[in-house]
Ligand binder design. Structure first.
Ligand code: SAM
Length: 371
């Protein structure tokens, strides 16, 4: 993939970009195989490759520059805006709308937040695209002062860019290096973005996690469903379930599936998507606390934790619990390997690398473990 920003040293985030894609994939396969070690029964399935460009369904643009000429991209070492609106790993449907969002910010008089001086209003613009091409746009603001101007100019933006279905303002008053704050203000009637993926339709709310690469996520859910069908469990837990992707894909007649997720908002989305699907329920809570407090042990547990992994308490519980099968989908093979060492009775039988994040060292790996 060619990237003029990379060549000009304006952005070097895609650290593997100079390696041919086939070599990137081979490197990730070798790293995952080494980390998981030689397990006698382990079968590696062919890697799920990604398209090389336009694979990101979410753009997280830091706003810089001036109100008349805002930049959407990153900040340089001096805190000045670097415009990356043509970033080639971002989905084309998102790239197409970024100039319209920049013009909207100018019309609404949203002064870019100046990090060194701690002045201004507009900090970030976050855009997510669903597989249908519909968009959710979030303006991260320092305060609610600009909300009336946002509301005033919004109808024209929605007319010019009809694929935008959900717009919110997120308030981040603190001067902190985080992407978003706690308060979300809906500016459109619709507040969730429907995400049809494979055999289910998920519903994404503004602050919920969603897998970065829609095509590879679709393959991941299909793979996990296949493994679960092979085992044919009657009871399944989906721990770290987010908006319910795994739980809803593995639902089947006669099967009881429980999804556990710490974000209440994600649980609300999962419940919305599960309407009409029998045998699936979701609850908000900590995955480890849920397992440790549970009297019953399911036939199969799916875990898909953040980069830190499941940790020794949950791994220890899985080891002791007697659960027969675990599907572990990890975005960090290093913590996956540590967690697997803590549950030696559960042996990897199938594994698959899924290249969710081309041109970066990040990789998703899914493993089916059986006792
Ligand atoms: C990698 S995402 C997986 C989401 C989901 N499985 C999916 O396919 O979209 C990790 C999720 O774990 C949630 N999470 C983080 N810490 C948690 C905890 N202690 N207990 C339960 N969920 C947690 C996050 O909110 C996030 O939704």
């Amino acid at each position: 993939m060619q990237c003029s920003y990379f060549d000009a040293h304006a952005c070097r985030s895609c650290t593997l970009l100079e390696l041919p894609y086939a070599d990137q994939v081979r490197g990730k396969e070798e790293r995952c195989a080494e980390l998981l070690g030689a397990a006698p029964d382990l079968q590696w399935l062919p890697t799920v490759r990604s398209r090389e460009d336009g694979y990101r369904n979410k753009a997280k643009m830091v706003v810089g520059g001036t109100v008349d000429r805002p930049t959407l991209g990153i900040l340089d070492a001096g805190g000045r805006g670097v415009d990356l609106r043509e970033c080639p790993v971002v989905a084309a449907g998102i790239r197409a709308v970024l100039p319209q969002l920049a013009r909207f910010a100018t019309r609404a008089g949203l002064t870019p937040y100046d990090v060194p001086r701690r002045r201004g209003e507009l900090k970030h613009v976050l855009v997510t695209e669903s597989p249908t091409g519909e968009l959710m746009v979030r303006f991260v603001l320092r305060s609610d002062r600009a909300l009336p101007r946002l509301r005033e100019h919004l109808p024209r933006l929605l007319q010019e860019a009809p694929r935008i279905r959900v717009v919110t303002a997120n308030l981040l008053p603190e001067h902190k290096a985080v992407l978003e704050g706690e308060v979300e203000v809906a500016l459109t009637e619709r507040t969730t973005l429907p995400m049809p993926l494979g055999r289910v339709e998920l519903d994404l709310r503004p602050r919920s996690f969603f897998q970065t690469n829609t095509d590879v996520a679709t393959a991941l859910y299909a793979q996990v469903r296949e493994w679960v069908e092979e085992v044919a469990p009657s009871t399944v837990w989906d721990l770290y379930c987010g908006v319910g992707g795994f739980a809803l894909h593995v639902a089947a007649p006669g099967r009881h599936v429980v999804g556990i997720e710490v974000s209440e908002e994600a649980v609300e989305s999962a419940r919305l998507a599960a309407r009409g699907v029998p045998g699936v329920e979701f609850a908000a809570g900590d995955a480890t606390a849920f397992a440790l407090a549970s009297v019953q042990v399911p036939d199969l547990v799916v875990v898909n934790p953040p980069r830190r992994g499941i940790g020794e308490d949950l791994a220890g519980w899985l080891e002791r619990s007697g659960v027969q099968h675990v599907v572990y989908s990890s975005c960090n093979p290093e913590t996956l390997a540590t967690d697997l060492r803590a549950m030696p009775s559960l042996r990897p039988v199938r594994a698959r690398v899924l290249d969710m994040f081309p041109h970066t060292p990040h990789v998703e790996v899914a493993v089916l473990l059986s006792r």
